[in-house]
Ligand binder design. Structure first.
Ligand SMILES: [Zn+2]
Length: 410
């Protein structure tokens, strides 16, 4: 099956709509422009033959493909998100197709000096002979996650056109606001009615993800004591200096810039204050929940030392749960990953399991009762001007979804 042309056309249409989400917005979805793409997707799902395609008042686009086999086959779902990252411009995206990549560099924008090379992106080397899509150097591409949208619509069209493929009922959902961490906040898991689901929001072909970080927010508030500096000896507690002391006491080998793979970290993200009062906020991340708690105990002990060192100050430390690793949930439902691994192999790829150094909508969904690992899109270098996606990788992801539909009906 050759879906490359259909995939490219869809993808180019979706990235031309600016759907950047907004972390500072209080509305849902966080930016109204996402609804514009939602309306297009409803039309495209209908055109592909998907039933009950509609967008609800929160901006969730859903649809379904009826089963082709009778009997009790579990309902599965495919999900992708419509928004793009607030970290880079998503307006005026002009995709560029670089056919038959021969190795070496890909010039994204000569004038701006934006180019991909096997050196700045080793993942490219695996894509020789493939068609690579980039942006034009001044925006992100939006493969995260418009590649996922195009893959799901194309897989749905294939399933509708081939009723001889044996599968159960398939549900589809496109969500807003994933990039600002609120994608499934108002998602009705029960109404969706699936027993398992897959987000199509990963990276290069073959990679699948069944683990995310455990994530807590960190907040440290210091109330100091302001005194005229001329008479401050023994009487002042300078909140600015105390928070700086706490930040610099955190071990250097437990930071995002010094860790990889399964190593956890604390990152301080915001700092504000004066002599009288100061606050630092941040995030704590670990795949292992026990080790996350261990890191938090370590931070608590640093704060306890500072309380002794600065008796005139009041120092408060708080942790707030953000999301949890979906690994343990998926481990209790082994068929969800077993079917995915089989589907990837049947697409001619070697499955590469890796833990996500971040979260996914699937992590939240898994704890809302819908186990949801993550499938590759064929893309890489998300959230910036160096973002790219392999059209061949996208086509392989279509095969994986079609295979998944089959595997669940066995
Ligand atoms: Zn994404």
């Amino acid at each position: 099956m050759d879906h490359k042309q259909a995939l490219y056309r869809r993808f180019a249409r979706y990235v031309s709509v600016d759907t950047q989400s907004d972390p500072d917005s209080r509305t849902f979805p966080s930016s109204a422009k996402q609804l514009k793409l939602g309306a297009i997707l409803v039309r495209e799902l209908r055109a592909a033959g998907v039933r009950k395609a509609a967008m609800d008042r929160h901006g969730y686009v859903t649809g379904e493909i009826p089963a082709t086999v009778k009997g009790r086959v579990p309902v599965i779902g495919f999900l992708a998100h419509m928004d793009t990252s607030p970290e880079a411009c998503g307006k005026g995206v002009r995709p560029r197709l670089h056919r038959n990549y021969r190795g070496g560099k890909i010039v994204i924008n000569k004038k701006l000096g934006v180019e991909l090379t096997p050196k700045n992106c080793p993942e490219l080397s695996a894509c020789r002979g493939e068609d690579i899509i980039t942006a034009s150097g001044d925006t992100l591409l939006g493969a995260d996650d418009k590649a996922g949208l195009a893959i799901i619509v194309t897989a749905a069209e294939h399933l509708v056109r081939h009723p001889e493929i044996r599968h159960g009922k398939i549900k589809i959902a496109f969500t807003p606001d994933e990039e600002v961490g609120r994608g499934v906040e108002r998602f009705d898991v029960r109404k969706f009615g699936a027993k398992a689901a897959y987000t199509v929001d990963g990276d290069t072909a073959g990679s699948i993800e069944d683990e995310t970080f455990n994530a807590d927010g960190v907040s440290i508030r210091v109330r100091g004591k302001s005194v005229h500096p001329g008479t401050a000896k023994g009487a002042m507690a300078n909140a600015v200096r105390i928070v700086a002391d706490i930040v610099s006491s955190w071990p250097e080998n437990r930071l995002p810039e010094t860790t990889e793979k399964r190593e956890g970290f604390v990152m301080f993200t915001d700092l504000k204050g004066s002599v009288e009062e100061a606050e630092i906020t941040g995030i704590a991340r670990e795949h292992d929940l026990g080790r996350l708690k261990g890191m938090e105990r370590h931070l608590s002990s640093i704060v306890a030392e500072k309380r002794v060192k600065y008796p005139l100050a009041d120092i408060r430390l708080e942790f707030r749960e953000q999301y949890r690793n979906m690994g343990p949930v998926l481990a209790r439902r082994p068929e969800v990953m077993d079917n995915l691994i089989a589907a990837v192999k049947k697409a001619g790829l070697t499955p590469r399991l890796k833990p996500v150094r971040g979260g996914t909508d699937g992590a939240r969904l898994s704890y809302m009762g819908l186990p949801t690992p993550n499938v590759f899109t064929g893309g890489y270098n998300y959230h910036g001007r160096y973002e790219w996606v392999s059209l061949d990788g996208m086509q392989k992801a279509v095969s994986v979804l079609v295979n998944l539909a089959r595997e669940w009906a066995k």
